[in-house]
Write a protein that binds this ligand. Structure first.
Ligand SMILES: [Cu+2]
Length: 174
């Protein structure tokens, strides 16, 4: 009985620490960003003009879970699927090239690039009621840096990882 009581106390104390310490713990997201999307195709109006997004990456035992939510998408995109990925470089409006290529865990490890949804963070989403959510689970934790999520014009090709023109982006730095 005494041991059991002590255990319960310990668990209770841990719970209090979790509530008060918040972001310092590995259990929370290590990267989070939200805001109005930056336009990477300013020459033409598109469904992501004025749309906003939120991205969150959470680590768990050396793996990562990523979630992208986009809101305020124009009606012309309703029902369409768009490619979206974590890119190596930052998001700079009007300059899609600055986002560089996809963050690829093999490339960062000095290995030959293997392109898949397990070496890169693919967050494709389908638009419904002006919103879309993409999810990814990958067996690595991306290295810190000033990176971005880029939204493309087409769904991601699973063989090549390509997804057409770069339309919009959001910086994610950690
Ligand atoms: Cu991309």
């Amino acid at each position: 009985m005494i041991t059991s009581t002590k255990l319960r106390t310990a668990v209770g104390a841990t719970a209090i620490v979790l509530l008060t310490a918040g972001p310092a713990l590995a259990l929370g997201p290590f990267a989070r960003s939200s805001g109005v999307l930056s336009d990477l195709a300013p020459a033409a109006s598109g469904p992501f003009d004025g749309a906003s997004a939120r991205v969150q990456l959470v680590e768990s035992s050396g793996a990562s879970h990523a979630v992208l939510t986009v809101k305020g998408i124009g009606a012309t995109a309703e029902g369409q699927t768009f490619g979206a990925h974590v890119h190596d470089g930052p998001c700079i409006a009007g300059d899609g090239a600055s986002a560089l290529g996809h963050y690829n865990s093999h490339v960062h490890a000095g290995l030959p690039a293997e392109i898949s949804d397990q070496t890169e963070v693919w967050l494709d989403f389908t638009v419904s009621n002006g919103e879309g959510t993409g999810n990814a689970n990958v067996p690595f934790v991306p290295e810190s840096g000033s990176r971005s999520v880029v939204i493309h014009a087409l769904p991601t090709n699973p063989q090549t990882g390509t997804a057409g023109a770069r339309l919009a982006c959001l910086t994610v730095a950690w």
